[in-house]
Design a binder for this molecule. Structure first.
Ligand code: FES
Length: 86
């Protein structure tokens, strides 16, 4: 089974738009998935500047899948979706 990589954007835009709430993922992910999922922080993923006016920060990437307006719940949902496909 392949490991899932979760990259949480810690760039300024994402942080200001609510990325700080994503810190609880640290605990949730290690409790729920152990070493099946690897959580990393990332500099600006380059997604916030595509269309500033309609920006859907904060962004998180679960493997190559982008989660916009990310919340811990949405990220966990996406992880579950990808694990179910494996
Ligand atoms: S700050 Fe998160 S995508 Fe740019």
């Amino acid at each position: 089974m392949e490991k899932i990589t979760v990259r949480v954007c810690t760039g300024t835009t994402c942080f200001v738009m609510g990325g700080a709430n994503l810190q609880e993922l640290n605990e949730t992910i290690s409790e729920k998935y152990g070493d099946k999922v690897e959580l990393t922080a990332s500099n600006c993923l380059g997604l916030c500047s595509i269309n500033w006016e309609y920006s859907k920060a904060p962004y998180v990437k679960v493997n190559e899948e982008v989660v916009s307006e990310a919340t811990p719940e949405k990220v966990v949902e996406e992880i579950d979706r990808q694990l179910a496909k494996q």
